[in-house]
Write a protein that binds this ligand. Structure first.
Ligand code: UD1
Length: 490
């Protein structure tokens, strides 16, 4: 089991290419169960969670091979419809196979995921939605059994906006007989990207990028290639890491629009941020003058520090696919459909420079485009450098504060009250041995270690390997003093 040793005090500077999104890949990969054949998924990150999903699909007869960042998947022969506990317990996203399996094969047996490090993580909405589409759901010995002749279209409202449940029910609805209407669907970029891939596979979906998805079920889908969107959480983590060290960083291969909430809060804390596409917006350091119009949001909509950030108003492209012209010839099913997302080329970039200690800036996590819960622990670490107190409220996962006692080992003063933590920053923290409890908590510990006096050892870094590709190599390239050390089981 590996650990990181980090010597605090280095200023991060340089340029970094952001990897494909973990949560993006984990949604695209199970979609290949919907249609037999060969797929190329480009910009796939080499992460342990991606390997876990590959092994799970492999146990069903689906061959996955990652070469560089190109994942080839052959789903021609699906030989099992079961997701065993050994895979699902490692990674909750394994539950994504439920919808595709029952939709295509009429049967699925998927282990219930159980809780996670920061509390219960229910799957009731996944089950209710798939049941609404006509599957008979039973629970037996820790497994969900789903069966049907063929799913049928239905209306389903998600009580809570859920990324996983939206992905699962959406995938299932693509092969149902008739039309489905999903309301209060998640609009996280990874779900939009999944819907785009499904469309390329021949699914009829409208409302992509909005919380109302209309799906006209089809009899069959076909394989399609797709490029995974950049990892907005990895990008946010590196921006915060640079900011806490008063550094200067340029991220490439990002979609700035996906990071709007984080960029706003970083600017509020004193960072100078510029973002844009290609050469545009890459000149002088300016305030949010990029092509995505980050400087042009109506900030007057923000009514207070603790409020969920309102929907930003960048010039979003119309995400709905155009209505087909009835006179045009029937399209070749393999010909690419127009991609409604903004371009995700490597030319998309964000520059950040920080010259001072951050101001204390409260955050409240929210569904997209609000501040991501997956960046909450990193923000807590960042606010240790702020001179004052900051309230950090998580409205998505009320108990997601496992990083707090570990940050306290570095000398941090943080209180947890209900679903908020109050970070009392401005005090020099010092190195210690700390333990990773989960993926994003580990990222928070690394960020704190960057400004701790002396050496910090971060144990159990397998958590961070789930979601960050070669994090220590990337940090080293920016000047951080971090090394990976192999250790005995701790
Ligand atoms: C996904 C992300 C995870 C991120 C989270 C919230 C992946 C693989 N993981 O997780 O990194 O932290 O979104 O942005 O994409 N809920 C229910 N019933 C359900 C499902 C969810 O009550 O059936 C609740 C959850 O407890 C939570 C909220 O809905 O409070 C949002 O969770 P959800 O969006 O489903 O998270 P995941 O898809 O598991």
């Amino acid at each position: 089991m590996d650990k990181f040793i980090i010597e605090g005090g280095a200023r991060l500077s340089g340029s970094l290419k952001i990897s494909g999104a973990k949560n993006g890949s984990l949604a695209l990969m199970p979609a290949t169960l919907l249609a037999p054949g060969n797929y190329n998924l480009y910009n796939t990150p080499n992460l342990s969670d991606v390997r876990t999903m590959s092994r799970l699909l492999g146990s069903m007869g689906v061959n996955c091979e990652l070469t560089g960042s190109e994942l080839t998947i052959d789903s021609t022969q699906v030989t099992s419809y079961e997701a065993p506990y050994e895979h699902v317990k490692k990674m909750r996203a394994s539950f994504y196979v439920l919808g595709p399996l029952v939709a295509r094969y009429g049967t699925a047996k998927v282990s219930l995921p159980g809780g996670c490090a920061w509390g219960p993580r229910p799957v009731d909405l996944h089950l209710k939605g798939i049941e609404k589409l006509g599957a008979k759901i039973t629970l037996e010995s820790g497994y969900v059994l789903a069966e049907c002749e063929r799913l049928h279209g239905a209306k389903f409202h998600f009580d809570i906006s859920s990324v996983g449940a939206t992905g699962n029910v959406l995938m299932a609805a693509t092969l149902a007989k008739g039309a489905s209407l999903l309301t209060n669907a998640a609009i996280e970029p990874e779900i939009t990207a999944l819907a785009v891939m499904l469309q390329k596979m021949g699914a009829k979906i409208s409302g992509i990028g909005t919380s109302v998805l209309e799906i006209e079920g089809v009899d069959e889908l076909h394989p399609a290639d797709e490029t995974t969107i950049p990892d907005r959480i990895e990008a946010a983590t590196f921006l915060i890491a640079a900011a806490i060290t008063k550094g200067e960083i340029e991220l490439t291969g990002v979609i700035p629009e996906h990071l709007a909430a984080v960029i706003t809060k970083l600017e509020d804390s004193g960072c100078i941020i510029e973002s844009g596409v290609g050469g545009q917006g890459s000149g002088d350091w300016g305030l949010g003058s990029g092509v995505w119009g980050l400087g042009s949001w109506d900030r007057s909509l923000e009514s207070g520090e603790n409020d969920v950030i309102p929907v930003p108003r960048p010039p979003f492209p119309d995400l709905r696919p155009p209505f087909p012209d009835p006179r045009s010839p029937t399209p070749d099913p393999r010909s690419p459909t127009p991609d409604p997302r903004p371009p995700s080329s490597n030319e998309n970039r964000i520059k950040l420079r920080m010259d001072s200690e951050p101001k204390p800036i409260d955050i409240t996590t929210g569904i997209y485009p609000g501040f991501p819960t997956d960046v909450q622990a990193q923000w807590s670490a960042y606010m240790l450098a702020a001179n004052g107190s900051t309230r950090i409220t998580d409205t998505i996962y009320h108990d997601r504060f496992k990083h707090v006692p570990e940050l306290a080992r570095l000398g941090a003063e943080i209180e947890v009250i209900d679903n908020s933590s109050i970070v009392h920053g401005g005090k020099q923290i010092s190195g210690a041995i700390v333990m990773s409890s989960d993926l994003r908590a580990s990222a928070g510990l690394i960020i704190a270690a960057l400004i701790a006096k002396g050496e910090t050892e971060v144990l159990r870094v397998y958590h961070i390997d789930r979601g960050y590709e070669e994090v220590e190599v990337k940090l080293q390239s920016l000047g951080a003093n971090i090394k990976r050390v192999k250790t005995e089981l701790i």
